[in-house]
Design a protein around this ligand. Structure first.
Ligand code: RNT
Ligand code: ZN
Length: 421
């Protein structure tokens, strides 16, 4: 797309928005500061570099599109390609299973910051921060469906050690890069069918988490988050770490609560929950995903739910309190394309939220003109948003409109196509 076309369309769009009291310049400025934590696991279907077994834990990547990254270097190169097509400055979200062990496998209870040195140095070069996740799945010691809430003390102990070490790794990332690094705890623990005792595992989970978090770490370097879930494959009847469990845990322990858009009932929206929790939590973490009928982790789109999430953050002016991370993994399409579609969609939704005619809508509400409140929200939907988005991309020096798609195709042709297993 030509710069003059973008500039001309933007000038018209700016006038259109101004008529509804929206300053597009302010929105563009603010959107430039929105930071997204981009998940590494879209790049290789949550495989990681431990060199062992299949993906387990009740999550599933489907598809076998060719060209998947097989090494840390390939994953980094793929991420850089995606990152160049995404406006703004963002973070990369790593899982413990993406360690670099240099050829000698390292078990989860032995991982150390040094295994992430390559990632940290690379992130320094790229000028991005890193977030982290202990990996409580895809491991023989999680095969019977329990980890931190296991009845066997030695298995719990193994995973507690992994959790402790993940915090040290995250703290190292936050110390050496732009901190804090968010360390997000999600465990698959649950039963496929009706349990005899729901309480026992929840009590064990409290005990394990308290043991992991016993050591104080500098919140400028790392922040602990806990992620709830409703059900998983083979944990349909009962999940230990449910929403209520972690809501109470995080609140009582001063932890960050993580809500994943795919971890609730099908019509339940995490957007609605943001304002319910902000009065009680200094910080929240969101896993922006797209469930279709179940927690399917489809690529995030510029859809109603993603727009609603961003709208709630924008209206609460809580960009510094609500951390936005992405969580999807589609192996059926070009993985870099998936990354770019999802991240650009999340950013579009953020910019869209910042372009809301908020003053008019609020004023109508304050004055009891409720029809006007609805009317302004409807009129805002047909303002020329695309022209502002393209201007945003131009200013952030990334391709506007559909121009990025051919760049991914070129990378597929020159790099991905030669990756044969
Ligand atoms: C699983 C959770 C979790 C994972 C990642 C890979 O249901 O959403 O966040 O997707 O940790
Ligand atoms: Zn998630």
């Amino acid at each position: 797309m030509k710069d003059e076309t973008i500039a001309k369309n933007y000038a018209d769009a700016r006038d259109g928005y101004a008529e509804l009291g929206v300053d597009t310049e302010v929105a563009l400025e603010r959107a430039g500061g929105v930071e997204i934590s981009i998940h590494c696991w879209q790049g290789d279907d949550v495989t990681g570099f431990e060199g062992s077994g299949p993906l387990t834990g009740g999550i599933l990547a489907t598809g076998n599109y060719p060209g998947k990254a097989r090494t840390p270097d390939e994953l980094r190169a793929d991420f850089e390609t995606a990152y160049r097509l995404i406006p703004g400055t963002h973070r990369l979200n790593l899982h413990a299973s993406y360690l670099e062990h240099g050829g000698t496998p390292v078990d989860r209870d032995r991982v150390e910051p040094s295994h992430f040195n390559g990632w940290i140095e690379w992130a320094q070069g790229l000028g991005i921060g890193l977030d982290f996740n202990p990996t409580f799945f895809s491991h023989p010691k999680s095969d019977d469906g329990f980890t931190l809430a296991h009845r066997d003390k030695s298995i719990r102990g193994f995973w507690v050690e992994h959790g402790r070490r993940s915090r040290e790794i995250s703290a190292e990332m936050g110390r050496r890069l732009k901190g804090p690094s968010i360390d997000n705890f999600w465990i698959p623990d649950g039963w496929k069918d009706q349990p005899a005792d729901r309480l026992i595992h929840r009590e064990l989970l409290v005990e394990s988490l308290d043991a992991i978090f016993a050591k104080e770490l500098d919140p400028a370097h790392t922040l602990d988050a806990v992620e709830s879930k409703l059900f998983g494959i083979a944990s349909e009847a009962y999940v230990v770490g449910s929403h209520e469990f972690y809501l109470a845990y995080a609140q009582s322990r001063g932890k960050v609560l993580c809500m994943d858009a795919g971890h609730y009932h099908p019509t339940e929206s995490i957007a609605e929950k943001v304002s319910a929790l902000l009065p009680f939590f200094p910080q929240l973490l969101l896993h922006v995903s797209r469930p279709i009928r179940w927690d399917s982790d489809h690529v995030v789109l510029f859809d109603d739910e993603t727009r609603a999430i961003m709208r709630e953050i924008a209206r609460a002016q809580a960009w510094d309190r609500v951390f936005v991370a992405l969580d999807f993994f589609d192996a059926s399409i070009n993985r870099i394309e998936a990354w770019v579609i999802g991240t650009r969609a999340a950013l579009k939704a953020a910019l869209y939220a910042l372009l809301e005619p908020a003053a008019l809508i609020r004023e109508a509400e304050d004055e009891g003109r409720l029809g006007d409140r609805l009317a302004f929200q409807e009129e805002a939907k047909t303002l020329p948003f695309g022209a502002v988005w393209n201007e945003f991309c131009r200013r952030q020096e990334v391709p506007a409109g559909a121009d990025w798609i051919s760049e991914v195709a070129e990378y597929e042709r020159t790099v991905l196509a030669s990756r044969v297993d």
